[in-house]
Ligand binder design. Structure first.
Ligand SMILES: Cc1ncc(COP(=O)(O)O)c(C=O)c1O
Length: 463
């Protein structure tokens, strides 16, 4: 296979670390150079064996990690370059990327047009602050509203607050909802925010308070007061969950981090109806599932207008790797937010916004969206083959378009490592779920190659 051959070539050309880090290159780069006989044998059979203790990668990690707050457990490779669907590590090993930086690099790594735009805008104007106008913050806001309405989603979308990340976009949504409710009922009684089990809305205190995962919340308790938790897709529970005390409900139309769980259309319609009944705002968090990842601009674009949100948040793919987030609001919100209510130093800077304008134009393309559906089907066919071959392991396939989850009966950690050592990057979600959120422009050939590697990796963990 061409991909296999290129992996071997990359392995043969390994000592190129010097190009990136001369100090690291002084350390032997062959991961097999000082291992046990078993390790040497194993490494020889793998295109990308994880870098060993005496590798350039390990030397670099040893030097840097004492200075890095240990919030992530990372595997050994050190990535230095990306192009399209591929990443290369410091030892010039090539990896097919089924993760796209956690649903971020939807146009692939280092898209040439976006890289050129970054360079151009970096030489023109990067930041002047929100105290002044620039051409791009407004252009992005206008484009997001126009494309959203044209997509058939959020028909009431009116204005946008631009920030720097998903958490920050949700934080703005939560604050806006509280402000709207307080304007309507100054007593403050209408202040509850409802979210759902397995949701993930971010790590800042407001967004975290809507993320009911004890692993994320417990070390930082107490949470912000006034948050309640319901069960996704439980229509019958809505009357008791969403009440006149509710100021907003926040929900991912497709939960990502929580295990790729799809909210049913029936549930979202009933939820929206209940929100209107009690005067609560509906907030869709499309930070992971939005921007054409499901095959329409927004994951809710196909829903009837009555199920459209009052607040819609996006981030991740909006900058294709450059940090940016946005909170779209409808008429019920926009008039209640006044000068000074909220702010950000970096949010809406001309560099990020200029990139996002082009990225939104490209991601809103119907041809790209049709491709997402086709590619999603290709993944599903591959998953069904895996289910037939490994019936004890693969329990369920979930998701839409190119946000897909493979529910396994065991911890996927060994499969993730086996795939990486064969040149494929995959990530997990929820409990025992493999998550697939590749670039939306990945070719069908690359998808087939990746699925073949995944199958080999699973087989290796069964032997
Ligand atoms: C649905 C959803 N909301 C919010 C966030 C938080 O975004 P960020 O990490 O950019 O703060 C994420 C990140 O994974 C997400 O998937």
């Amino acid at each position: 296979m061409a991909f296999r051959a290129s992996l071997r070539l990359a392995a043969a050309a390994r000592p190129v670390a010097a190009r990136f880090y001369s100090q690291a290159a002084a350390v032997p780069t062959s991961s097999a150079s000082s291992g046990t006989a078993a390790q040497i044998q194993r490494d020889a059979a793998l295109p990308n064996p994880d870098p060993a203790e005496d590798s350039a990668s390990a030397a670099l990690v040893r030097e840097h990690s004492p200075y890095m707050v240990a919030t992530y457990a990372r595997p050994p490779p050190v990535f230095v370059r990306g192009e399209g669907s591929y990443l290369w590590d410091i030892e010039n090993r090539k990896y097919l990327d089924f993760t796209a930086g956690i649903a971020v690099n939807s146009l692939g790594h280092c898209d040439p047009e976006i890289s050129t735009l970054i360079a151009q805008q970096a030489k023109t104007l990067m930041h002047a602050s929100n105290l002044y106008y620039n051409p791009w913050t407004g252009a992005l806001s206008k484009l997001l509203i126009e494309k959203t309405v044209a997509s058939g989603g959020m028909h009431d979308a009116t204005a946008v607050f631009i920030c720097n990340s998903g958490s920050e976009a949700n934080e703005a949504g939560i604050k806006f909802a509280r402000k709207v409710a307080k304007t309507i009922d100054p007593s403050g009684a209408k202040h509850e925010i409802v979210s759902f089990q397995n949701a993930f809305h971010g790590r800042t205190m407001g967004a975290l308070s809507a993320t009911p995962n004890p692993k994320y919340q417990a070390p930082f308790a107490p949470m912000v007061p006034g948050f309640r938790v319901g069960t996704l897709n439980d229509v019958a529970a809505l009357p008791d969950l969403v009440t006149p005390s509710t100021c907003a409900v926040i929900v991912e139309p497709v939960q990502g981090e929580g295990g790729v769980r799809v909210a049913t259309d029936e549930f979202l319609v009933a939820l929206a109806r209940r929100c209107r009944e009690v005067g609560a705002l509906l907030h869709y968090d499309e930070i992971q599932c939005g921007l054409s990842r499901t095959g329409t601009l927004w994951a809710h674009s196909h829903l009837p207008p009555e199920a459209h949100p009052d607040i819609l948040t996006t981030a991740k793919a909006l900058g294709n790797g450059f940090p940016i987030g946005a909170t779209l609001v409808g008429r019920r919100v926009v008039d209640k937010i006044k000068v000074g209510d909220h702010g950000t130093t970096f949010g809406g800077n001309p560099l990020a916004c200029r990139l996002a304008v082009r990225i939104v134009e490209r991601l809103a393309d119907e041809g790209l969206q049709r491709g997402v559906v086709r590619k999603g089907d290709l993944f599903r066919e591959g998953f069904e083959r895996l289910r037939a071959r490994f019936p004890d392991l693969v329990r369920e396939v979930r998701g839409r378009g190119l946000i897909l989850g493979l529910q396994l009966t065991e911890d996927p950690a060994r499969i993730v490592k086996a795939a990486r050592e064969r040149g494929l990057l995959v990530i997990t979600a929820g409990t025992n779920t493999l998550r697939f959120v590749p670039s939306l422009v990945m070719s069908e050939e690359e998808i087939k190659e990746g699925l073949a590697i995944l199958e080999e990796a699973i087989k290796a963990t069964r032997e």
